[in-house]
Design a protein around this ligand. Structure first.
Ligand code: UDP
Length: 476
């Protein structure tokens, strides 16, 4: 019970992809008997409290007011927010500095003058370092994305190198080891970025403010993500720890707000009937989708491929992304009926029990948008990837999976690329067919590496387990 009176403050950005690793970190701290104070906005806390009642652990929740209507935005940010509004919310977050200062002061009062051992804030909240230091508290930035992807993203925003490139490819000036970046790997937001663009100004200022912190945590694995870790160690000059994979169990994830729209038993029973390593899983994450013409090509490719599949369909671009409805017009005529009659595919609208699916022995490959949580989950279960990144760090996560981890072939990028039905079938076969032996073997090797990082046994302690311990030695 050595740590029970010590508390740690965690402050994630208000989105599911950030809550998941922060809650997983909270669970590790809870197991180490630290008290956790999880800070977020009232509506998000209300949702989280339904699932993590205060009595179930030492994870406590503290509300911070963030009335975004002051910024001409909807009242509060939650997970169902349209994706294109997120940058504007992110830009508004420095206005949380004063409320966070007040909250920290109140927490110290409530704890009889005892300061938290550490404040760990989201990578969007670099300004929180100044607040923590004002109270003499150790501060860490937590990037819930991987080392390589974050390093490319950081370097791209800081240097905007594509603005000085007149060909198709360029190197990152402070990260040449990352290899050539193709113009199709410049995210739409970056390609529009200029000196006066508010999101560029926000991100550059934010990344500069990281240097006020005492260290950086990355949701990755030391042995796997050496280049990205090397970049930040060289760049920031303070400790950088790889503490991943930080993932929640399916049960805990379903408690964080999103419920599967299919009974997970039904899904597992369907997978149980299939041969080992025979099913392709397709999902574009919690917020992304593809345009209707690409959706049509993908459906046609799945029709002509011999492979079984589970496809999480979200309405294509231009439709209400939160709808749970799958319209026949997005798909070839008779598609849903055919796959049902042949028992070849399972179409799930909106939200699937992804971790249970990836963990199932029948799953052989994953067409993924390469969001970092999905990447960690697929590596943890040894499932190779057919990459279809849409934007943000996903483009660099896909590059990492292809060039560093070597467990992925890339199918396309963004929402504007032309893809043919044949190309999709070819890429599926490249991973699931005879020629995919090498990539499948590599996925199994990576699986071992990822699992080893979090092994905590008497005669073997993984690198991420050791890193978490080092953090608290540094904070003391
Ligand atoms: N997810 C899920 N079911 C779905 C879609 C997504 O459980 O139908 C989960 C997925 O397992 C992952 C998270 O939502 O943990 C998505 O995070 P990621 O970083 O992959 O992508 P994002 O949604 O942030 O773009």
């Amino acid at each position: 019970m050595e740590n029970e009176t010590e508390y740690v403050v965690l402050f994630p950005f208000m989105a599911q992809g950030h809550f998941i690793p922060f809650l997983a970190l909270a669970q590790i701290l809870d197991r180490k008997r630290y008290t956790v104070v999880f800070v977020n906005t009232p509506l998000n806390i209300k949702n989280l409290l339904k699932s993590f009642p205060p009595s179930s652990s030492s994870i406590n929740f503290a509300e911070i007011p963030f009335d975004t209507s002051d910024h001409g935005l909807p009242h509060e940010i939650t997970d169902s927010l349209p994706y294109n509004l997120i940058p504007r919310f992110v830009e508004a977050t420095p206005s949380l500095k004063l409320p966070f200062r007040n909250l920290l002061s109140d927490l110290i009062d409530i704890h009889g003058g005892e300061k938290p051992l550490c404040v760990i804030s989201d990578f969007f909240f670099g300004w929180a370092a100044d607040v923590a230091h004002e109270f003499g508290v150790f501060h860490l930035i937590f990037s819930c994305t991987g080392g390589f992807g974050m390093a490319c993203y950081y370097s791209m925003w800081m240097n905007l190198p594509h603005r000085f490139c007149d060909g198709d490819e360029f190197l990152l000036p402070d990260f040449p080891e990352a290899g050539r970046i193709h113009v199709t790997q410049v995210t739409p937001a970056m390609s529009m970025a200029g000196e006066n663009d508010p999101f560029t100004i926000f991100l550059q200022k934010n990344f500069v403010s990281w240097t006020n912190s005492d260290g950086l945590l990355l949701n990755t694995v030391e042995e796997l993500d050496k280049l990205g870790l090397m970049y930040f160690r060289r760049k920031l000059g303070f400790p950088v720890w790889a503490i991943g994979p930080l993932l929640l169990s399916e049960e805990d994830r379903s408690k964080t707000g999103r419920q599967s729209t299919i009974n997970s038993k039904q899904c597992i029973q369907w997978l149980d009937k299939k041969d080992p390593k025979s099913v392709l899983y397709i999902s574009f994450g919690s917020q992304n989708t593809i345009p209707a013409p690409q959706m049509m090509k993908l459906a046609k490719a799945l029709n002509s491929s011999s492979r079984n599949f589970i496809w999480v369909i979200r309405p294509p671009l231009g439709f209400d992304i939160n709808s749970e409805f799958v319209a026949e017009e997005w798909l070839p005529e008779g598609f849903l009926q055919n796959i049902h009659e042949q028992d070849k595919g399972l179409v799930i609208s909106k939200w699937a029990p992804q971790v249970e699916i990836l963990a199932h022995k029948s799953v052989a490959a994953f067409i993924s948008h390469c969001g970092w949580n999905s990447v960690l989950e697929t590596m943890k279960y040894g499932v190779p990837v057919i990459g279809w990144p849409i934007g943000a760090d996903q483009l660099y996560n896909a590059k990492f999976l292809v060039e560093q981890a070597k467990v992925c072939v890339e199918l396309g990028r963004g929402v504007d690329f032309e893809v043919t039905q044949e190309e999709i079938v070819d890429k599926i076969e490249l991973v699931m067919g005879e020629n995919g032996e090498g990539i499948r073997r590599k996925a199994c090797e990576i699986q071992e590496m990822v699992r080893d990082a979090i092994r905590d046994e008497e005669n073997f302690r993984g690198s991420s387990v050791k890193a978490v311990e080092e953090i608290f030695i540094a904070a003391l």
